[in-house]
Write a protein that binds this ligand. Structure first.
Ligand SMILES: *[C@@H]1O[C@H](CO)[C@@H](O)[C@H](O)[C@H]1NC(C)=O
Ligand SMILES: *[C@@H]1O[C@H](CO)[C@@H](O)[C@H](O)[C@H]1NC(C)=O
Ligand SMILES: *[C@@H]1O[C@H](CO)[C@@H](O)[C@H](O)[C@H]1NC(C)=O
Length: 356
């Protein structure tokens, strides 16, 4: 059985690549948080989860802040470039009937989580439920443009990338002043996350999504904003343990969705080890520092770089740009690894096991 699922995943990866070869017809829809956001939150007047000011984007083309939470490109930008397509634009930058939606849309929003109340203190952001609601609207516009049958085919053929869950920990469960961290044990919190995610992914399926890649969480216990909570700046092992349990449970969920839902192709993209290796062995990849951020902001809420922050001299020597987000240089390495696991025959994609 696992083999069957793997070949299904390989099949959709290969067809995706073939589609690019034939024409630039690969369409991607992105759901995520600040690790993938490309500017939705710029459209919110009151959002505190924003990065539309210096020094964000200092190494992006033009050197301007765009709403990306890094000094340069996100992993999604780099993957899109490798696929030969342009990075999908932020949903909130498009007019409702824009033909651009036929080339893919990003709903990603900094501060977002699986749960609605994650990132509450950012005031405005698109939770995963909000993002799916907007995709539902997008789909209705696609139906109006193409007709129901062609629109269904269109949605079935598109690729869906989802990267959510980090904020449910960093900006919810791990914040001592928020209810979820006090109200629930980790086991209870995990059940809440997983049952919510189950409903959300099922809803996406009902809206026509079939080829869906869910990005697992990285070692959150090692990001600068968590390390500062330890005595000597070391990784928080308890947090990493929780993340590993979350990742394992998500893989089980995806396998179960693949069994329950006909022609569903949920895949898990595991970046935990790749990120941990960057952190543990930075010099192997040309980095010098992985235990603190280039922009020195370790303790602020959300760990964001501020206009008056002091930057490091050599940004490419740092794995982390701010206390939460990898640098452009780190994203380039992670995107390379992800691309070869998703779009080649190498089975390192961590196929969703079908057992229980
Ligand atoms: C979360 O919020 C959305 C609308 O913003 C709503 O549709 C959904 O039902 C909410 N989910 C929960 C679990 O309350
Ligand atoms: C999509 O939105 C319509 C209303 O516009 C609603 O009736 C339908 O239930 C939604 N579908 C899903 C799967 O959320
Ligand atoms: C990072 O590691 C270096 C050397 O291993 C150490 O000197 C420095 O204090 C550490 N920084 C933090 C913030 O933990």
């Amino acid at each position: 059985m696992p083999r069957m699922k793997l070949s299904f995943i390989a099949y959709f990866a290969v067809t995706a690549v073939m589609a690019i070869g034939a024409s630039a017809s690969l369409v991607t829809f992105i759901f995520g948080d600040s690790l993938t956001e490309v500017g939705n939150n710029n459209h919110f007047q009151y959002s505190l989860a924003r990065s539309d000011y210096p020094f964000y984007g200092i190494d992006y083309e033009g050197g301007q802040a765009t709403g990306r939470f890094t000094n340069g490109r996100t992993i999604g930008d780099i993957l899109s470039a490798k696929l030969g397509i342009s990075s999908p634009p932020p949903y909130l930058s498009l007019s409702p009937n824009d033909d651009a939606i036929l080339q893919g849309v990003s709903y990603a929003s900094g501060g977002a989580g699986i749960l609605n109340d994650t990132g509450l203190y950012f005031i405005q952001r698109l939770s995963f439920d909000d993002q799916i609601n907007y995709f539902n609207k997008t789909r209705e516009v696609i139906i109006a443009k193409l007709g129901e049958e062609a629109a269904n085919k269109f949605c079935n053929k598109a690729l869906y990338f989802i990267g959510l869950g980090s904020n449910d920990y960093v900006n919810n469960f791990l914040q001592p002043f928020l209810a979820d961290g006090q109200q629930y044990t980790h086991d209870e919190f995990l059940e809440l996350l997983l049952s919510t995610l189950d409903q959300q992914l099922t809803r996406l399926y009902k809206l026509g999504a079939r080829k869906i890649v869910f990005h697992g969480l990285g070692p959150l216990g090692c990001i600068p904003s968590q390390r500062v909570k330890s005595k000597q700046g070391q990784c928080l092992h308890r947090v990493n343990e929780w993340v590993l349990v979350f990742n394992a449970r998500v893989q089980k969920l995806l396998a179960s969705l693949n069994q329950r839902l006909p022609t569903a192709g949920f895949a898990f993209a595991d970046t935990y080890q790749a990120v941990l290796d960057l952190i543990d062995n930075p010099t192997n990849y040309g980095f010098k520092v992985s235990n603190t951020s280039c922009c020195n902001v370790d303790t602020s809420v959300g760990g964001l770089c501020l206009p008056n922050s002091k930057l490091c001299k050599n940004r490419h020597e740092y794995v982390f740009w701010d206390a939460f987000h990898p640098s452009d240089a780190a994203n380039a390495i992670l995107a390379d690894k992800l691309f070869s696991s998703l779009f080649s025959d190498s089975p390192s994609i961590a196929p969703t096991p079908t057992g229980r």
